[in-house]
Design a protein around this ligand. Sequence first.
Ligand code: KG4
Ligand code: ZN
Length: 358
Amino acid sequence: MLILGIESSCDETAAAVVRDGREILSSVISSQIELHKPFGGVVPELAAREHLQKIDPIVSEALEKANVALKDIDAVAVTQGPGLIASLLVGVSYAKALAFGLDIPFIGVNHIEGHVLSVVFENPAVEYPAFALIVSGGHTNLFHIPEAGKYKVISRTRDDAAGEAFDKVAKMLGLEYPGGPLIEKLAKEGDAKRIKFPVAKISDGRPDFSFSGLKTAVSRYLRENEIAPLAKDELPTQEIKDIAASFQATVIKSLLGTTEKMAAQFHPQTLIVAGGVACNNALREAAEMLGEKLNLPVYFPSKHLSTDNAAMIAAAGYFHLQNGEQSDLRMTADVSMRLQNFENEDGELKRRKVRYRL
Ligand code: KG4
Ligand code: ZN
């Protein structure tokens, strides 16, 4: 079965051709980083317009690279949500039109489930129950997955996503967008023990993440120590490198500390770590060490598949199509689409007035 995957939820326009949910014939990603760089973050209007221009050529390129024609495609999988509404709509409308024109099935996929399934291509089969730590610019979730396709969110961020914290702290240090890779580079030469930044504890005792306090702590440290952001082309000082390393170590400690605590309760057989922040080598190494300690394998996607891509969307689409599911033409983009389909605590959270961004 050949699936054409399409992803346009944020600032990457991507298309991929995947055979039987596991073999990538092509994966093309057009990043908008340069477009948004001057603004220090993604500008939704610009993103949507760029998707509109890129989607058709990117799909053509994916087909060409896979050496297949449109008529060979058996189904289309597209990111339905969560994401930016105007960006999502470009992919969803395109996928629907294509599937209708070709008279083949199509399926709307949850972007986060795509990140979870991004590990299927280059790792042994996932053993269940599994944990998936999905860390990106928009999401920070720890999922308990008792069997394929079943998800319970056990930890999530109450404010900023981990990648967002990387990007905001980078901005404070005078670094360009996206800040994650630049912080990682500085952190390599920094002393992670130099500054003690706090790992947030949630007052209601839920095992959630919070990164806005850490961001404020970095900002306060910069102010109190009169550290100015780096000017363009200025070489970073040792102090800035130490701040980057200490900040990065705190994020990793928070992510993996919670994962370890929850693992003692849920006993996962596999740990999946995916999403843009999973490109971070320090996080990869620390997660590997946690895996050794807990005696469970840790699966990452390769870096190409860690950030947003369409191969993971095709993989998620394949799973659902194999389960006999498909979308119809009434399907539309869902900005705040959730990935939780058992032991959903939404009612309880509402009653206790616990708020999440996603
Ligand atoms: O998954 P992704 O491409 O897009 C979203 O769905 O958000 O993730 C992008 C995020 C950005 O916040 C970026 O700074 C972060 O991933 N990121 C990193 C690294 N590479 C990308 N964060 C830390 N270290 C990295 N090496
Ligand atoms: Zn993503």
